[in-house]
Design a protein around this ligand. Structure first.
Ligand code: HEM
Length: 465
């Protein structure tokens, strides 16, 4: 009996040993792979100083030249793999997106709200995305054109004859459009309170995360609480009236499975954050590029005047409509080329959720992975003479995965149609009714955090006579 037991024990131990060897073989198979080429710099600080002491694009470009399109580095206490090849970016963002989760500093998550769409993967993310896309798909935003027209016209009228900081003024335009898409035309009084709180939040967003009375961070966190309270008030008054709303809040509140007030607030604050500065920055670059390229400006102006002329000839109502915005191919190419040249989101962040084998290299679990949109958009392999502003290059579609101003895959920008629409409407009124002169030095770029023309592009705007 004892003998049989010993045989069983030996077989059992042998099987465990075999299983262990098999598991080790597979995991070592990955672990044995080399890390991507590159340097990690000094202990702890890594290469943070090299990145931030110069234009970040020079840092990325020098690394790509030395190590190729996948390389490792160490920034702000994190080990990173940076990716500048279109195929590899697609793998991270689309094909193997489940292996790379979005990642943000904890202080930014606290400020925007932990339940906001950007920070999630899986079922909760899919549910939010469906609700956000429902509010921003073409069929939903086409009805917004008359209101966007009014906001654009009011904005331009308020600039007449003044020396303005284009970026700061455009932030008001894009804020107003974002609020229209989120709350519709209602909530006029709450809208001003929302704006006031958001401005405080914005000021603290890039401050040191020290939550003590008097600090910008503390004030921002307080404003964030107030924002959530205002939104809760709006939600409760909508619940009382039971009306159907086709805006983003309506989409969130209409969800059968139900989002909590807190989830709704986090996502509304998140969408304002995603929508406002991005679109204002791109529009600022459009004004700059049009100002510097008179032939392009003339072609855009002709296209826009043609729309007015044909409306006059057909006796149509003289208000820009959704279908008019579909007759602007030249203006669309200007927007595409601006998105490419300015590449305002130079890169994005993901984090490997497990050890990943990637093009013959190991990306260890926990390392950050950064697809470098700007390098892809500025590579001569993808775009000939890449530093030149030339909208005509978009007469032909770019090669697959080489043009990703709105990202790609599961987290690609759900607001891209609205962003394009508000830019088209603005450029229509700008070029048909106004001329402008750029004031002061023209060559500098500031980072706030997006690359922006120096001093926000000061201009003077005059009505066309
Ligand atoms: C020209 C303006 C804009 C640009 C260049 C832009 C760019 C982007 C990019 C690159 C991403 C993906 C980031 C990543 O993968 O990590 C993104 C995500 C996002 N954008 Fe935009 N965006 C713009 C305007 C807007 C607008 C107007 C809205 C809303 C109305 C919006 C809402 C969002 C949201 C909610 C996400 C997160 C999506 C998710 O995580 O599933 N964006 N945007």
């Amino acid at each position: 009996m004892e003998f049989i037991f010993l045989i069983f024990l030996a077989v059992f131990i042998f099987l465990i040993y075999l299983l262990n060897c098999t598991l080790n073989y597979f995991s070592f198979g990955i672990k044995k792979l080399p890390l991507p080429p590159g340097t990690l710099g000094w202990p702890y600080i890594g290469e943070t100083f090299q990145l931030y002491s110069q234009n970040p694009n020079l840092f990325f470009a020098a690394k790509v030249k030395k190590f190729g399109s996948i390389f490792k580095t160490h920034i702000l206490g994190c080990k990173c793999v940076m990716i500048a090849s279109p195929a590899a970016a697609k793998l991270v963002l689309v094909t193997k997106a489940h292996l790379f989760k979005p990642t943000f500093p904890a202080s930014k998550m606290r400020m925007l709200g932990k339940q906001a769409i950007f920070f999630h993967q899986g079922d909760y993310h899919t549910k939010l995305r469906k609700l956000v896309l429902r509010a921003f798909m073409p069929e939903s935003i086409r009805n917004m054109v008359p209101d966007i027209n009014s906001v654009a016209l009011d904005t331009l009228c308020s600039w007449e004859g003044r020396l303005i900081n284009t970026y700061q003024e455009l932030k008001t335009y894009t804020f107003n459009v974002a609020l229209l898409s989120i709350l519709g035309k209602d909530e006029v009084s709450n809208r001003e309170d929302l704006k006031k709180c958001y401005y405080v939040l914005e000021k603290g967003y890039n401050s040191m995360p020290i939550n003590l009375p008097g600090t910008l961070f503390y004030k921002a966190m307080k404003a964030r609480k107030e924002l959530a309270q205002i939104l809760a008030k709006i939600i409760s008054s909508r619940r009382e009236t039971n009306e159907i709303h086709n805006d983003l809040l309506g989409s969130f509140m209409g969800d059968k499975e139900g989002l909590s007030d807190e989830q709704i607030a986090d996502n509304i604050i998140g969408v304002i954050f995603a929508a406002r500065d991005t679109t204002a920055t791109v529009l600022t670059w459009i004004l700059k590029f049009l100002g510097e390229n008179p032939c392009v400006l003339e072609a855009v102006t002709n296209e826009q005047e043609e729309i007015i002329k044909s409306k006059e000839e057909c006796g149509e109502e003289m208000v820009l409509s959704w279908s008019d915005t579909k007759k602007m191919p030249m203006t669309k190419r200007v927007i595409q080329e601006t998105l490419r040249v300015a590449s305002i989101l130079s890169f994005t962040f993901r984090e490997a959720v497990e050890d990943v084998e990637f093009e013959g290299y190991l990306i260890p679990k926990g390392w950050k992975v950064m697809p470098l949109f700007r390098n892809i958009h500025h590579s001569p392999e993808n775009f000939a003479d890449p530093e030149k502003f030339d909208p005509s290059r978009f007469e032909v579609s770019p090669k697959p995965n080489t043009f990703m101003p709105f990202g790609s895959g599961t987290h690609a920008c759900p607001g891209n149609e609205l962003a394009k629409l508000e830019m088209l409407v603005f450029v229509h009124h700008l070029t048909t009714k106004y001329r402008w002169s750029m004031m002061g030095p023209q060559n500098g770029i500031q980072y706030g955090p997006f690359p922006l023309p120096q001093n926000g592009l000061p201009i003077k705007l005059f009505p066309k006579t």
